[in-house]
Ligand binder design. Structure first.
Ligand code: ZN
Length: 147
């Protein structure tokens, strides 16, 4: 199990060092800002929708390794999905990282964040980008805060 943990940490570190889709999406029709005051993580998520599908997604900002890796892997996971599919995925992800569920079968690569459930302080880091995504999908104007 320890080896698996190390492997997960490697994936998270790698994403935090070289985040995917780390850019402003030109012509984004939705965006939202999110802030985690507990840790100081702050991101903007940009979305370009095609009807009900997420055609393009990007993010910018700064934060700890967990929050950045989570944002990076979130963009990879939701690109091309519908709004409902993305929200459903967030539902599964949220349950696993908060320890309410151990069913990781829906998470794909996002399984690397399952260990976060053992560190309550880190849950908000791992979910910040997702809360921000949700705000963008809902067209909220105010910045979301995890507090
Ligand atoms: Zn953080």
């Amino acid at each position: 199990m320890a080896d698996l943990r190390d492997l997960y940490q490697e994936v998270i570190l790698e994403h935090s060092k070289a985040p995917r889709n780390y850019r402003e999406v030109k012509g984004a029709d939705k965006k939202a800002e999110g802030f985690n005051p507990l840790c100081g993580d702050r991101f903007t998520v940009y979305l370009q929708m095609n009807g009900d599908s997420i055609q393009d997604v990007g993010f910018q900002g700064s934060g700890c390794a967990i929050s950045k890796a989570s944002a990076s892997m979130m963009t990879q996971s939701i690109k091309g999905k519908t709004r409902a599919q993305a929200q459903e995925l967030f539902g599964h992800f949220h349950k696993v990282v908060t320890g309410q569920s151990e069913d990781e079968s829906q998470l794909g690569k996002l399984t690397v964040f399952a260990g976060v459930s053992e560190f309550p302080m880190r849950v908000k880091c791992a979910t910040l980008a997702w809360h921000t995504l949700q705000a963008a999908l809902e067209g909220k104007q105010e910045a979301v805060s995890t507090e």
